[in-house]
Design a binder for this molecule. Structure first.
Ligand code: UD1
Ligand code: CA
Length: 458
């Protein structure tokens, strides 16, 4: 196999998005579209990937990291001009170069491989990935001669009425013989309606030189959608969502209502897990087997082990163990570790805390900056008072401790192993192992007080 390279075009502003976020950074299923493109391209066996950046260059570079090299296009003079910026990395290389747009997040590695194979089999100097569109408006059209050979690509804005009737579109993805590409680029002019240097013009240049130019038509237009505006963005989201959800279902995950289940492209979910509607699984979340998630839950960047239930709840950046029951209406905030067999019930918030194995906070609690041991019972309304208005302090609750209902644990404070805290206590000092702490005023019952009061008033 010859050397293979890729150029990703990602320098445009994306005016039609009407956004302060650069177009290629708009997320599709939670991941910037250019990241999808890079991830797909990275699956091919390539010697070099060069991403052409311009608008928001630094942000795009830091998003994508060092999987790619970067060429700067400081002025956006068109797609041919963009590819030319990669010359310093590529122009002397022998091999095949894929060029792909950063705004086509749905093109799969399989299709790119088929494109490469077609390119090789037809001994072409250039191969265009094309598709038939029901509504080709806005796309470049593939103009073929009577023999069916590709002659050129004409941009929608430059096309005649007759050409606009052509349903076959340029997806913006191509394979080129690398040397021929860079030679042809220097002959591209900007003599067109938009005054831009069009990459598609390379096709006509090579064709006129008598080089073999071919086209590989993919059956799925959906895959080739170019995202130029928010309408296309929502279409891309829908298609990507269906693709991701089907893949999970094929792998043994039950989605009760896939149309209302949102799973990020990078999430991993184990077999026999059931996901109920209204659930969003965001970022790099890993969920184990036999879990029940949802309805209406949001889980972001979490690891959840097996046999765990999370109902109507939110969990971010946390680790959740095996056979845990969370919800309904619980909030697990970042940097929390919820160990095996823990129960977190309704209206409980956990922040930056560890809950040891088998511990329970079943109702109406706030546990922040706390280390809770194993088999601890946090009664209804237990609160860690972790903040004095300036600083946060740690609460330690050791194994087997029992915190009575409606208790305030004023941090820094430690509740020793097996200790009891009486209901309604406000604990400000450490409680030793196995002690009972009662930190509230004693009850006083005034006998017949009401009668006395009534007699006084009559
Ligand atoms: C382009 C193609 C069109 C094709 C369509 C497929 C050209 C001239 N037209 O049109 O034939 O049907 O894609 O989706 O190529 N970019 C740069 N620098 C520039 C200009 C663009 O990096 O100077 C990048 C953009 O960030 C974008 C990509 O190239 O990711 C495509 O540019 P865009 O303006 O979206 O081209 P289209 O009008 O969609
Ligand atoms: Ca586009």
């Amino acid at each position: 196999m010859d050397n293979r390279f890729a150029v990703i075009l990602a320098a445009g502003q994306g005016t039609r998005m009407k956004s302060s976020l650069y177009k290629v950074l708009h997320p599709v299923c939670g991941k910037p579209m250019v990241q999808h493109v890079l991830d797909h391209v990275s699956k091919l066996d390539l010697a070099k990937i060069v991403t052409v950046v311009g608008h928001g260059a630094e942000i795009v570079k830091s998003e994508l990291g060092d999987v790619s090299e970067y060429a700067l296009q400081s002025e956006q003079l068109g797609t041919a001009h963009a590819v030319m910026q990669a010359a310093s990395y590529l122009e002397n290389e022998e091999g095949t170069t894929i060029v792909i747009c950063g705004d086509t997040p749905l093109i799969t590695p399989d299709t790119l491989n088929s494109l490469l194979t077609h390119h090789q089999e037809t001994n072409a100097m250039a191969t265009i990935l094309t598709a038939k569109a029901d509504d080709p408006t806005g796309y470049g059209r593939i103009v073929r001669n009577e023999m069916g050979t590709v002659e050129k690509i004409v941009e929608h804005k430059d096309a005649t009425e007759l050409e606009r009737g052509i349903p076959e579109i340029n997806t913006g993805t191509y394979c080129f013989d690398n040397k021929e590409l860079f030679k042809a680029l220097s002959n591209v002019s900007n003599d067109n309606v938009q005054g831009e240097y069009y990459l598609p013009d390379v096709i006509e240049i090579l064709q006129k030189e008598g080089k073999i130019v071919s086209a590989y038509q993919t059956a799925s237009f959906d895959e080739t959608l170019g995202v130029n505006d928010r309408i296309a963005l929502s279409q891309a989201e829908k298609i990507m969502k269906q693709r991701i959800n089907k893949e999970h279902m094929r792998n043994g995950v039950s989605l009760i209502d896939p149309d209302h289940t949102y799973i990020s492209a990078d999430a991993v979910i184990g077999r026999d897990t059931v996901i109920y509607p209204g659930t969003m699984i965001i970022g790099e979340t890993v969920i184990g087997e036999n879990c029940i998630i949802g309805p209406n839950s949001e889980i972001k960047n979490c690891t959840v082990q097996n046999e765990t239930t999370i109902r109507q709840s939110v969990a971010h950046d946390s680790h959740i163990g095996n056979s845990v029951a969370i919800g309904p209406f619980a909030h697990i905030r970042p940097s929390s570790t919820i160990s095996d067999e823990v129960k977190i019930g309704n209206f409980v918030e956990i922040k930056k805390s560890t809950m040891g194995k088998g511990s329970k906070a079943s109702h109406l609690s706030y546990i922040g900056d706390a280390e809770v041991g194993a088999d601890v019972n946090l009664g209804c309304g237990s609160i860690t008072v972790n903040y004095d208005g300036k600083n946060k302090f740690l609460t330690k609750i050791e194994d087997g401790a029992f915190i009575g209902c409606n208790s305030n644990l004023v941090a820094p404070v430690t509740i020793g192993k097996g200790a009891y805290v009486a209901a309604g206590s406000t604990v400000t000092n450490d409680v030793p192992e196995k002690a009972l702490s009662v930190a509230r005023s004693r009850q006083v019952n005034k006998e017949n007080y009401v009668d006395r009061l009534n007699n006084k008033n009559s």
